[in-house]
Design a protein around this ligand. Structure first.
Ligand SMILES: [Zn+2]
Ligand SMILES: [Zn+2]
Length: 119
């Protein structure tokens, strides 16, 4: 069976889903990126290239107040992104608990490292 390769929408790490993996996935199931632990909900799984995911969010611990919150695609879309010279992107999100501004750094080429929290 063909293996489907999906780019993680957060860290661009390639996630490989084998035919066996996909046979067990149903819309509504959640898969987790090995690299950045982003959670993605399967929205389509019809066979072949007919496969879609929706990003649910990354559970992040605020370095300022210690509370956990989800970084979602919507939150990232609404957050300013700074492009560093080395090609990495830094998103500035706001903690919903204490309103601290937190920089999330995503590597362009994920090498198995989680998002780097810098306060
Ligand atoms: Zn990822
Ligand atoms: Zn906080």
């Amino acid at each position: 069976m063909a293996t489907l390769e999906i780019d993680c929408p957060v860290c661009a790490e390639v996630l490989e889903l084998t035919g066996e993996d996909r046979a067990e996935l149903r819309p509504g199931d959640v898969i987790v990126c090995d690299s950045c632990h982003a959670e993605m909900e399967v929205t389509r799984n019809g066979g072949g290239e007919d496969f879609e995911l929706e990003l649910l969010g990354i559970l992040t611990v605020c370095p300022a107040c210690g509370e956990e919150f989800d970084v979602t695609e919507d939150l990232l879309a609404a957050s300013p992104t700074l492009e560093a010279g080395d090609g990495s992107a830094v998103s500035v999100v706001t903690c919903p608990h204490c309103r601290a501004r937190i920089e999330l750094e995503f590597e362009e080429e994920g090498e198995g490292s989680p998002p780097d929290l810098r306060s």
